[in-house]
Design a protein around this ligand. Structure first.
Ligand code: ACO
Length: 331
């Protein structure tokens, strides 16, 4: 049975940097509050008219270049996002069109902050089953156009940023290398703890002037509940992955946790008893880009030379749904 290996990584973030200081002019908040509670100093926001498909295209081209592959060598696209460009069709087909890959399947996947791990999981299964040899896996998000950028929405508006990350996953026969296992979970009992209620196909009309005036189209979150579940589920699913492979946390060379906020990352790191040097943390520069955080952080880590052949990489996510998951990769 072939195994899948990450043979290329890439990311793209919009040029526009939005600092905490800039946000203080738009809402009642402070750099001190944001840094202390989240670790975020700045995030990227797209300029009007930029689509998620465009961010995804740039990240994908970078990943394909790094892999030394042409787009025509891609057998399938798996794109994770909670902020699709349109209700339908999915962002994946727009990306597919941009890459000139007519005929190649494009799967949009919705698992919020865990979207990339979910995407890696299904792509790994495609490759192991022999159905495809090369899959482009992308996490892309545009949050800035969907946030309540005012004091009313400050709890969420300061957290999120825009960006995209991509990997090329490819069948390998190389001994020992590749995705060892993925572990994905969900618990819909908590769906409304972090969600965007409208627009909704369960309502007619899906959105109205009244709902817009009430701000019901903006995401809402019970932050403390999310925090509580995240710091439990993330270490748990890392332990699950380690146990499945007869490994321990001490074997991990690099941990890439979903970048939700620095306090969550810090608690996960402590629970796994890992030194800071083994944990990737770039939330200060990008904020939470949900499905895109892990592939962006991975591409940066690769660029910084933080992974060497043979290293054990662990990626772990938790997010709205709730959804969570982990992946272990022998680099
Ligand atoms: N600036 C200034 N004050 C703020 C802001 C802001 N941006 N946002 C909220 N406040 C105020 C609140 O109004 C509240 O004021 P009050 O005490 O007068 O009512 C006070 O700060 C404390 O608010 P809390 O929500 O209780 O703050 P908390 O300490 O819980 O921190 C935070 C909020 C950072 C969101 C925290 O709950 C958290 O980290 N939660 C995890 C959720 C998360 O990271 N979600 C990301 C998406 S999900 C994911 O990726 C896993």
């Amino acid at each position: 049975m072939p195994r899948s290996a990450i043979v290329g990584t890439g990311f793209y973030v919009p040029e526009r940097i939005v600092t905490n200081e800039e946000l203080t002019h738009l809402m009642d908040t402070s750099d001190e509050w944001i840094v202390e509670r989240t670790g975020i100093r700045e995030r990227r926001w797209v300029s009007p008219g930029t689509s998620g498909a465009e961010l995804a295209r740039r990240a994908s081209v970078a990943a394909l270049d790094a892999a030394g592959l042409e787009p025509s060598e891609v057998d399938a696209i798996v794109l994770a996002t909670l902020s699709p460009d349109h209700f339908f069709p999915g962002t994946g087909v727009f990306l597919q069109r941009e890459l000139g890959l007519a005929g190649v399947p494009a799967i949009d996947l919705r698992a919020q902050c865990s979207g990339f791990i979910y995407g890696l999981s299904v792509s790994d299964a495609f490759i192991r089953s022999g159905q495809y040899r090369t899959v482009l896996v992308i996490g892309v998000e545009i949050h800035s156009t969907g946030l309540d950028i005012s004091t009313r929405g400050r709890d969420l508006a300061v957290l999120f940023g825009d960006g995209a990350g991509a990997v090329v996953l490819r069948a390998t026969e190389e001994d020992g290398r590749g995705v060892l296992s993925t572990h994905i979970h969900a618990d819909g009992r908590h769906a409304e703890i972090l969600w965007a209620e409208f627009s909704s196909s369960a309502h007619h009309p899906r959105i109205s002037a009244e709902l817009l005036a009430e701000g019901r189209h903006y995401p809402r979150m019970e932050g403390r509940e999310v925090f509580k579940h995240a710091v439990k589920r993330m270490p748990e699913v890392v332990e699950e992955a380690l146990a499945a492979n007869g490994l321990t946390a001490a074997d991990i060379d690099l941990l890439i946790p979903h970048q939700a906020n620095r306090r969550i990352t810090e608690m996960v790191r402590r629970r796994l008893d890992l030194p800071e040097t083994k944990v990737v943390d770039n939330i200060d520069r990008y904020g939470n880009t949900t499905a895109a955080t892990i592939p962006i952080a991975l591409a940066e880590a690769v660029g910084d030379g933080r992974l060497e052949r043979g290293d054990l990489l662990c990626m772990v996510a938790f997010g709205s749904g709730f959804t969570w998951g982990s992946a272990l990769v022998r680099w």
